[in-house]
Design a protein around this ligand. Structure first.
Ligand code: B12
Ligand code: SF4
Ligand code: SF4
Length: 368
């Protein structure tokens, strides 16, 4: 490896990242997998994943100088912060959302990336960073960088760190050699496939977003089809089922740089999503994934979690959804009410001014 690349790698490691290098050009097998995923419509409503595919998979189309990718992994295997007192804290949240993601990216990750870019320039290189939902295939680069293997759950798994980590990448102009291929270590295990609540794991490493709870709770904009409700169980944002059952998932550890998870995000009070004003919601959940998902969709998810309990003691809270300003919430409330024994209230929703709400109320009364 060029000495400059090695210096940059050391600088990244000193900042607490687990790192590896991959060549920028993806092999045909990876390109085919991605194309096949799109051809089969596995991206569900995430249309952006099907657009500009050539650029996504071949960054050199736009950044001709790019030669290599420094892959940076930061653990989010946080310790459980414990349930706060009071409130309806029966929903589950994916671990990656237990922190205020925007705050974390802006205050913790981005400053390091800025420094690394600076160092890269001093070393005579060019570079460009991508974080979070960036357009490149982070997991493919992670695999090619020798950081681990793509498990049957679709996650990049590191032999010591498991899969609870967030990836960022730095495209650079340095030449690097390909890392040796990491062995596939799933063996005969199929825990994730058999435990996925919605059958979203189709074959080795292929996730069908049309069935993935993480997709429905965090990306889908409209009503969640009734066939998905049961599988959502208690998940109100994201889903970690296929990682929780993985034997490679390590015990909880202190997070990178001591960044602490927020108990109000790990165990949110579901009544917040049905009762807080938009402003109050934005204040309480500022910079979190909940803010990104938005108050009405978090209320939609909370209603489904409450409905899945089939417990009529939640009726007073679910009833609040009947007067929600969002038609999405009122429509979801119709079905949720029927499931916990509130048919009477649903009849009132039959005369809602929004056709979507009336239709859901009618369907709920007829088919539930
Ligand atoms: C869209 C997206 C989703 C979608 C679709 C998920 C999916 N499996 O594709 C949804 C909303 C469902 C989702 C859910 C989650 N996501 Co997400 N998601 C993304 C995003 C933005 C793009 C992924 C993408 O392009 N998917 C399309 C598929 C076809 O491409 P791919 O995932 O890159 O997969 C490639 C590799 O698997 C490769 N491959 C497969 N086998 C092999 C073998 C070899 C040898 C090689 C070289 C390559 C290879 O082929 C595929 C195509 O090229 C990435 C960020 C990014 N830019 O990469 C985060 C990302 C993948 N998500 C992440 C996380 C944490 C999650 C969740 C755990 C969040 C949660 N708790 O709910 C779940 C996990 C669900 C799961 N089991 O995958 C992390 C994963 C970290 C890791 N350790 O792998 C990422 C990288 C975000 C980040 N910055 O860290 N996500
Ligand atoms: S995140 Fe949940 S729903 Fe999605 S593949 Fe994993 S276990 Fe299945
Ligand atoms: S649960 Fe088993 S099959 Fe699934 S990713 Fe982990 S080791 Fe592989």
């Amino acid at each position: 490896m060029e000495p400059a690349a090695l210096s940059l790698q050391q600088a990244a490691e000193e900042r607490g990242f687990t790192v590896g290098w991959a060549p920028v050009d993806l092999p045909p097998s990876v390109l085919n997998r991605y194309h096949q995923w799109i051809v089969n419509g596995r991206q569900a409503g995430m249309g952006q994943l099907a657009r500009n595919v050539e650029v996504r998979l071949a960054p050199r189309t736009r950044l001709a100088w790019a030669r290599s990718v420094l892959v940076l992994a930061a653990s989010h295997a946080f310790p459980d912060p414990g349930k706060p007192r009071g409130g309806m804290r029966i929903g589950r949240v994916g671990r990656v959302f237990w922190i205020r993601e925007q705050d974390y990216i802006q205050r913790r990750v981005q400053p390091h990336l800025e420094e690394l870019k600076e160092i890269c320039h001093h070393l005579g290189g060019r570079c460009r960073d991508y974080v979070e939902q960036g357009p490149l295939s982070f997991r493919s680069y992670g695999e090619l960088a020798g950081l681990g293997w793509i498990g049957r759950n679709g996650m990049l798994i590191h032999p010591q760190r498991g899969s609870f980590f967030t990836l960022a990448v730095l495209l650079t102009s340095f030449d690097v050699e390909a890392a040796p291929e990491h062995p596939f270590r799933c063996g005969h295990c199929i825990n994730c496939i058999s435990q996925c609540p919605t059958g979203a794991l189709l074959e080795d490493g292929v996730v069908d977003a049309n069935r993935c709870v993480s997709y429905w709770t965090t990306q889908h904009l409209d009503l969640i089809p009734v066939e998905v409700w049961e599988g959502m169980g208690r998940w109100v944002a994201g889903c970690d089922e296929c990682q929780d059952v993985c034997p490679w998932t390590p015990k909880e550890r202190k997070f990178w740089e001591g960044y602490e998870p927020d108990p109000e995000l790990a165990y949110p009070d579901l009544s917040d999503f049905l009762t807080l004003s938009t402003q109050h919601f934005l204040n309480k959940y500022a910079q979190s994934a909940f803010e990104r998902v938005g108050r009405p969709r978090m209320a939609r998810n909370a209603l489904i979690v409450l409905a899945n309990t089939r417990d009529s003691s939640y009726l007073p809270l679910v009833r609040q959804g009947c007067v929600d300003p969002s038609p999405l919430v009122r429509a979801t409330t119709a079905r949720a009410l029927v499931r916990i024994g509130g048919r009477k209230e649903v009849e009132r929703l039959l005369s809602d001014p929004e056709p979507l709400v009336c239709e859901e109320a009618r369907q709920a009364l007829e088919y539930e």
